[in-house]
Design a protein around this ligand. Structure first.
Ligand code: SF4
Ligand code: SF4
Length: 361
């Protein structure tokens, strides 16, 4: 591990000022009752004592972005002939997400397997990802909706972060995780962590202890597949759901989008905007057919995607970072942990599976 540094609480604003030179620094800030990631400027005090209401995914995957501009150009010699000219978007500006939690940083690793893989490389995503650094805050304590420890992570997980901050008496211990993080920590405001490092280790250990026993999601891919055609199970699981989609918009790992062209005369812009599988229109086909016609079908897809289809494709990696936002912010308290656990408990035992067809009660 690179040398750990110490930042005095009193120097936090000055350090943010240094970081904000030449890059956009997004910090969690109050917005009404919510805490959202917005650009830092002098005078803004980041909200670091609780998990933000939304995830910082828009830093890399904006809610709405211009993919390119296009113009139709008529051939003056032959007006029936039209060619299309494209205008590339500007390169993304350097950015830093400051004060997200380990689950937030891990969310981007789940995106990476989809948008930056040998098979598919989304240039817009990759450019923003490369331009963005993450200084993550280890959680001193977990809330009752947190379950990062059940999906292979934890409140001091460094995966996906460039530097990890741990709150200690009088300030923060900072550890560089990547070369980007080492650069960020080259500030004269930071001193050697010295004996503060041992304090930081205790804070991290306490956070792990504050989590209740982790639900056991081993076997979720197979258990959910086994329930695939059991619509009674999904009708029961989705009975309360009002299809608002809040779970998807707040989720650090939901990455679906739709594409629209906004045209005016001979010019236009192609937009990519977040979309969500909990809405009826998402899979509505032009013919009027909808392969996911009910909220039960749609919830099955959301849960199945994260805990079954994605891990089956990506070597067992669950597409949920356990941040608990979908549980905390769901107006009717749908709890994804309960649904996965119900599916695992409802899975046939090895003995039942071995029984010949028709022998089951
Ligand atoms: S599914 Fe829920 S708990 Fe999992 S990453 Fe998304 S919002 Fe967080
Ligand atoms: S899920 Fe884990 S990493 Fe995320 S806020 Fe809770 S304790 Fe922290």
């Amino acid at each position: 591990m690179a040398q750990a540094k110490f930042l005095k609480e009193a120097d936090l604003a000055a350090w943010l000022g240094e970081l904000a030179k030449g890059r956009k620094v997004l910090v969690p800030q109050k917005d009404g009752d919510a805490v959202v990631f917005k650009p830092w400027h002098e005078g803004v005090k980041p909200v670091l004592d609780r998990q933000a209401t939304e995830s910082p995914k828009k830093a890399v995957f904006p809610a709405s972005e211009k993919l390119f501009r296009f113009s139709y150009i008529k051939d003056p010699e032959n007006p029936g002939k039209v060619r299309v000219e494209l205008e590339e978007p500007e390169k993304p500006e350097p950015a830093l997400v400051f004060g997200g939690r380990p689950c937030d940083a891990r969310g981007f690793l789940i995106f990476d397997r989809v948008y930056d893989s040998p098979k598919t490389r989304d240039s817009y995503y990759v450019a923003r990802r490369e331009a963005t650094a993450f200084v993550t805050l280890a959680c001193p304590e977990a809330s009752n909706t947190c379950f990062c420890h059940a999906v292979g992570s934890g409140p001091a997980d460094t995966a996906g972060s460039d530097a990890l901050m741990t709150p200690v008496e009088g300030g923060y211990v900072l550890e560089a995780i990547s070369p980007k993080g080492e650069e960020l920590l080259k500030s004269p405001l930071l001193s050697d962590a010295g004996d503060k490092l041992a304090q930081a280790e205790r804070v991290k250990a306490q956070a792990v202890e504050s989590l209740p026993p982790a639900p056991d999601f081993a076997g979720s891919p197979e258990a959910l597949m086994a329930r695939f055609d059991d619509m009674g199970f999904w009708e029961n699981a989705s009975a309360k759901c009002i299809s608002c989609g809040a779970c998807t918009y707040l989720c650090p790992t939901c990455y679906c989008f739709s594409i629209t062209d906004e045209e005016s005369g001979m010019k236009g812009v192609r937009m990519r905007s977040w979309d969500n599988c909990m809405s009826y229109q998402f899979t509505l086909e032009a013919s009027g057919h909808n392969p996911r016609p009910t909220k039960a079908h749609r919830l099955k897809n959301r849960v199945g995607h994260k805990f079954s289809y994605y891990p089956l494709i990506h070597k067992g990696a669950i597409a949920c970072c356990g941040c608990g936002r979908c549980i905390k912010s769901c107006p009717v308290s749908v709890d994804i942990r309960e649904i996965v656990t119900m599916a695992i408990e409802a899975a046939p035992t090895a003995e039942e599976s071995a029984q010949p067809q028709g022998a089951k009660q």
